[in-house]
Design a protein around this ligand. Structure first.
Ligand SMILES: Cc1cc2nc3c(=O)[nH]c(=O)nc-3n(C[C@H](O)[C@H](O)[C@H](O)COP(=O)(O)O)c2cc1C
Length: 387
């Protein structure tokens, strides 16, 4: 009897393994949701993040198909073969960039990277709110530091040049060390060290887990910081200088938003990334760990982030390109952000619940919806709600 049980269990395990292998190889959306993601979710969130990153680094994730020309976007002087990118925070140290492009992203953003290596906050510091398709994180900029990330990205610089040429640019997201007394010097150091390796740089002044960071979004602080960052970018000794984008929070007052809009227009920033995670806790959250301190991402962030895109597009009169991020898990979500004013979108939390096939799904649905609504390109749909 015991032997029979062992054989049945072994057969079931082999079947499960086969199913898992099949899902991994084919990228079948339903198999992923039914077989792979539940297995990964049995692992604690930070360990699962590490596993997913290693799988991507080994190229174990499903490959995407070529993109339809309707999805091509030209913005910040770059060509993007599709408007769906990977948001910052997944590959903080630039360890799996090539595998991530294979998943079908039109662009990948590495970081946040701080000048010196730092540990970040004590664990546990990431929490799944599965009932809400949300995550709360308080990583606190765990980073390998500029030098390690520079070395890693330099080793694949030629590959990146080919990817960028093929419409898959690379972003690098910059932060400051927790103990640093001079925030601007940290960002300027990031421009100098990592700027030559990036198609665009992100001045991240919106993560909620570094004390004082979000105060850099204030009018005077932001003006002074961005002036220094742009001056450093302008003297970089490289042929193609990176675009400079600013990533903002979704938790801003009307006055904050007006101030940011006037500063970015005044100093000539190339774009905005909207938004980071929220410190708010929208009503109706069901996840047991909803009261954990940190930034909330995923479905409950979606509306707040889209509204911030809408507000900033109006305040900048559509003159500053926007990357919309927060709760994108379908083509409908992506198009909502595009119609509100985003030229590109990014995803993170949807990957935790739906896995890599979510990228192809968002692109497929977006393409269908664009055609259905009579748009011939993404550009035609950008800001459509404001007209
Ligand atoms: C676990 C985790 C870590 C993150 N780390 C960073 C980070 O280092 N820098 C950053 O700018 N944003 C970071 N983010 C924010 C995301 O880039 C994105 O702005 C936010 O999660 C909203 O998108 P989503 O709802 O698709 O996840 C992180 C998000 C998560 C979930």
């Amino acid at each position: 009897m015991a032997a029979l049980r062992r054989r049945v269990l072994a057969a079931a395990a082999a079947g499960g393994g086969l199913l898992l292998g099949w899902a991994l190889a084919t990228g079948d959306e339903r198999l992923y949701v039914a077989a792979v993601m539940p297995v990964l979710r049995a692992v604690p969130p930070e360990a699962a993040h590490g596993l997913a990153l290693r799988a991507a680094a080994c190229g174990l994730l499903p490959s995407g198909r070529p993109d339809s020309p309707i999805l091509e976007v030209h913005v910040f002087g770059q060509r993007f073969c599709n408007p769906v990118g990977l948001a910052a925070g997944f590959d903080k140290h630039g360890e799996a960039v090539d595998g991530l492009y294979k998943m079908g992203f039109g662009f990948v953003e590495v970081g946040t990277v701080t000048p010196q290596p730092q540990e970040g906050n004590p664990k546990p510091r990431v929490f799944r709110l599965a009932e809400d398709e949300a995550v709360i994180n308080r990583y606190g900029f765990n980073s390998h530091g500029h030098a390690a990330v520079e070395r890693r990205l330099r080793a694949r610089q030629q590959t990146q040049l080919r990817l960028t040429e093929a419409g898959m640019p690379l972003g690098i997201n910059l932060g400051k060390n927790k103990s640093s007394a001079d925030a601007a010097a940290d960002y300027v150091a990031g421009v100098r060290t990592l700027g030559p390796l990036a198609d665009y740089l992100v001045v991240n002044v919106s993560s909620p887990n570094t004390p004082g960071l979000r105060d850099l979004q204030g009018r005077a602080e932001l003006h002074s910081l961005l002036t220094k960052v742009l001056a450093e970018r302008d003297v970089l000794p490289c042929e193609r200088k990176p675009a400079v984008l600013v990533k903002i929070a979704p938790d801003l007052s009307a006055q904050d938003k007006q101030d940011i809009a006037s500063v970015v227009c005044e100093v000539g920033v190339d774009g905005l990334i909207i938004s980071n995670t929220t410190v708010s806790r929208p009503g109706g959250l069901r996840g047991r760990q909803r009261a954990e301190p940190g930034g909330l991402s995923g479905t409950p962030l979606r509306e707040l982030s889209t509204q911030t895109v809408r507000d900033m597009y109006a305040l900048t009169r559509g003159r500053v390109p926007i990357v919309g991020v927060g709760g994108v898990s379908s083509g409908r979500d992506a198009l909502e952000k595009i119609r509100a004013g985003a030229s590109l979108v990014q995803m993170y939390t949807a990957l935790v619940y739906r896995g890599p096939p979510a990228v192809a799904a968002v692109k497929r649905e977006l393409e269908e919806l664009l055609r259905e609504q009579g748009f011939k390109s993404v550009a035609e749909a950008v800001g459509a709600d404001h007209r």
